[in-house]
Design a protein around this ligand. Structure first.
Ligand SMILES: Cc1cc2nc3c(=O)[nH]c(=O)nc-3n(C[C@H](O)[C@H](O)[C@H](O)COP(=O)(O)OP(=O)(O)OC[C@H]3O[C@@H](n4cnc5c(N)ncnc54)[C@H](O)[C@@H]3O)c2cc1C
Length: 501
């Protein structure tokens, strides 16, 4: 291992080359074109971890299909607050992507986003009833105004024939269908953004891993980076005013290296994912939707089974899953020792409390390791009764690293969202957790900017509105603006226009 001279200092260093770093780099370059920015990615290519197309489900999460994003209140009414909030955040993503297409920064929309209706599919009287009431409540808002409900087998069969073919006639079933849904290739967005940013003097270094960090006397950060050149390993030091740990499952590891007190009490629960994938055109052409069901009892929303149309590199395929399982890695290309190496005196108690409180979930995750291909196919046939084993192969998706954090009452809690963790002086920040993740990347990174650069906000807001025109307005309250925004972004991104009414 050789140590070489330090690189020049940067205003911003982004650790990791996934969708989060690409989005933040794009926002910062738009706001402050003169800032020096460098990205360090440990793999040979950017966008190869969780953001890569086949490592995630590619669902543009907008609350259109995820039944577990709505709940029933004690008075029997349906709580749609979370679904509305998520949809509003996704509308920011649509605007961000649309503005970049109009500016010629992103290529043709169908290279990274495609219209794929979102459906929820349920069985059993109780869930049929819930879905009906859920639809009545949601569809009154224009963000969900294109959602249609049916408990009629023929109508559901027209939306998604694979769901109803040879299904037991005694099964009570119902579905909602929303034409405004989308399938997204987040890896392709990452690549296109970095391709543009390279021309704007953002340095993108690959095959180099950030291995150490320390504070300089002036409050800036020094990063120790190992370059793998193929024949040789070189270590270099780099100074930065601001560091963003866009390192996916390894973001906590970066924060731990930095040693900021704000990261204390955080741990991670790694969850692996596998999918069944079908490329047989005769099957693929019979399904045109992302169909989400209910997660098994005791399992979180990330376990909602779904049968999805995917559009990757212009080709269509179907995937079914995720078969979430236990695996100690925080990244797909991470280390078997990730979970053990992240243990610290301050996160042992939260992790122990989480383990005690989530025994059912942990059993489910370990149980999945023993699940045979036959059992996986049985789960698929709950959705598509005629699925033929010969058409489906197992693929391994990315790793999720769910947040575990200290809790004053329970000792530690498991969370399924994403959370921004930032130093009090705003010199370093990270995004932990993975759900709904990439779909809401612009909203998450706007929060990073607000937390880390509060003094810049008055100057930045008008520039940010060039990319996200509705910023500062509530699409939940301003229903006219909501309607206009969905229609406008559908046009720019070649997505399905919202249905009238
Ligand atoms: C199975 C699964 C299904 C999902 N489905 C969806 C979905 O349908 N819709 C959705 O919106 N989201 C989904 N997600 C979540 C989404 O994929 C993530 O939120 C998103 O990709 C995270 O992006 P990222 O940039 O933070 O991380 P990543 O894409 O993982 O990128 C992090 C990068 O950092 C690099 N890195 C890490 N440590 C270092 C280091 N020390 N030095 C240098 N480089 C480093 C890694 O190599 C990697 O390239 C899913 C995730 C999984 C796993």
């Amino acid at each position: 291992m050789k140590t070489q001279a330090a690189l020049r200092p940067y205003d911003v260093v982004l650790v990791g080359g996934g969708i989060m770093s690409a989005t933040l780099a794009m926002l910062l370059k738009h706001l402050e074109p003169d800032w020096t920015i460098a990205v360090f990615e440990r793999l040979p290519e950017v966008g190869s971890e969780a953001s890569a197309a086949w490592n995630n489900s590619g669902t543009g999460h907008a609350g259109l299909c995820e039944i577990d994003y709505t709940g029933e209140l004690p008075d029997g009414s349906i709580d749609i607050g979370h679904a509305l909030e998520l949809n509003e955040r996704f509308q920011q993503t649509r605007q961000f992507l649309g503005s970049l297409v109009e500016a010629g920064i992103l290529g043709k929309p169908d290279t990274f986003i495609n219209p794929v209706p979102h459906m929820t599919f349920v069985r059993g009287e109780s869930d049929v009833n819930f879905l009906r009431r859920r639809h009545e409540t949601l569809a009154s808002h224009p963000l969900f105004g294109s959602m249609r409900f049916s408990a009629d087998r023929k109508a559901i069969g027209e939306w998604a024939p694979l769901l109803t073919r040879e299904r037991d006639a005694a099964d009570a079933i119902a579905a909602t269908h929303d034409v405004t849904g989308s399938d997204i290739d987040f890896g392709e967005i990452t690549r296109q953004l970095f391709h543009h940013l390279r021309w704007k003097d953002v340095e993108i270094h690959r095959n180099c891993e950030v291995r150490g960090m320390r504070r300089n006397n002036d409050g800036t950060w020094q990063l120790r980076i190992d370059w793998n050149t193929g024949n040789d390993h070189i270590t270099r030091k780099v100074d930065a005013r601001f560091v963003f740990a866009g390192a996916g499952g390894w973001a906590l590891k970066v924060l731990q290296k930095a040693g900021i007190p704000e990261a204390q009490g955080y741990g991670l629960l790694p969850v692996s994912g596998r999918f069944l994938r079908c490329d047989n055109p005769a099957v693929v052409e019979r399904h045109e939707a992302k169909v989400y069901g209910r997660a098994p009892a005791g399992a979180p929303a990330i376990s909602m089974p779904h049968l999805d149309t995917r559009v990757v590199d212009g080709k269509r395929a179907l995937v079914f899953g995720p078969y979430a399982g236990a695996n100690p890695r925080f990244l797909k290309h991470g280390s078997f020792f990730d979970a053990a190496a992240a243990l610290r005196p301050h996160n042992v108690k939260p992790l122990a409390a989480m383990t005690k409180d989530n025994r059912e979930l942990l059993w489910l995750l370990f149980g999945q390791l023993a699940s045979t291909r036959k059992r996986k196919l049985a789960a698929l046939r709950d959705f598509a009764p005629t699925a033929d084993a010969a058409d489906w192969k197992l693929i391994t998706a990315g790793q999720r690293a769910q947040i575990v954090k200290a809790d004053p009452v329970r000792g530690g809690v498991l969370e399924f969202g994403t959370e921004v963790v930032a130093a009090h002086d705003g010199s370093i920040a990270a995004v932990l957790g993975s759900s709904p993740g990439a779909s809401t990347a612009p909203a998450i990174l706007l929060e990073v900017l607000q937390r880390c650069f509060p003094r810049y906000q008055p100057y930045w807001q008008p520039r940010l509105r060039e990319l996200i025109p509705t910023l500062g307005h509530s699409l939940v309250r301003d229903t006219r603006l909501a309607r206009q925004t969905v229609a406008r972004t559908a046009e720019v991104l070649n997505l399905n226009a919202p249905l009238p009414g």
